[in-house]
Design a protein around this ligand. Sequence first.
Ligand SMILES: *Cc1c(COP(=O)(O)O)cnc(C)c1O
Length: 371
Amino acid sequence: MKIETLAVHAGHTIDSATGAVSAPIHLSTTFERDVEGSYSRGFMYTRNNNPNREALERGVSAIEGGEAAAAFGTGTAAAMALFQALSPGDHVLAHVDAYYGTSRLLRSLFLRWGLEADFVDMSNLDDVKKSMRPKTKLAWMETPSNPLLKIVDLAAVTKIVREVGAVSVCDNTWAPILQRPFDLGADLIVHSTTKYFGGHCDVAGGIVVAKADNEFFKRVRSIQYEGGAVPSPFDCWLILRGMRTLPWRMRAHSENATKVASALAQHRQVERVHYPGLRSHPGHEIAAKQMSMFGGMLSFEAKGDRKAAMSVAAKTKIFIRATSLGGVESLIEHRASIEGSGTTSPEGLLRLSIGLENADDLIEDLDQALK
Ligand SMILES: *Cc1c(COP(=O)(O)O)cnc(C)c1O
């Protein structure tokens, strides 16, 4: 089946009790045992599993082409479970431009727990090779990155990671559908489903998808229900509903972002635009090879640095000043002031999450704000 068809049908069953086409939300925390004491219907207690979570996990696995998935209450909880599945003394190699919250998790929490972590620019393959150690157990890739949209060559990095026998993880939050990390050698995929999967800025979630349901993934699965950072049935239902339109939304987000990026690239008040779809972007060639479209995220630097950037964000009428991404509404954000000390974001940079409005209106809005 093609991806649009899978998105509509994966994880979907007609409710056998009522014939409901839209799945019921199972709020029950506990499930009945059979007379002889077993659980032949597959569910026992909602932290272990429930029908809505199972449907979501089946759906997202199907979309990514994986064997299994474990859903969490947030994207960060999904990352947390992956690091918790390692052992003290293990070494993690992460992209220097990894999501700020993920690198903070490694630096502030897991170093105390005995993990070792290094951060390298994974767009430089020599640096990746040099940073591999015998103790390296996990490599965290993220592409396009936040907020500079740097591109990591997934096939090249996963090859290096495989040679040392480590697990490669791709945070695919920014490019679901558009990029197929399992085809490019990744072992695990992480999504903050708060973003494009949910798609409407109204639900938080995270998921780990496994190419193979192996020992390492089984450890993640047990951390899911023993640790308990699980999503509610309603949240699972909302995220799966979002997934039904994901391929079409990603296409529209990408088309809009391409138009906005081209307009900004020609604007007199704009110093630089970071969008992998632009030929001038240093990662354009690799992005064109590993992505079917270039996604809905971009950033740009206004002439005049921080003050100019803040003034643009203050003047937009359609773009909403807010963090996060992946919803139907376009958002604008001054990333450096959100991340605070240790940020890799230039002071004049504004990050845009391009929504599903008409691109002409978005371009006009930015144009009047840049005046
Ligand atoms: C938002 C985000 C996360 C964290 O997800 P939460 O759901 O906010 O915990 C992780 N990675 C990327 C790339 C993100 O954009």
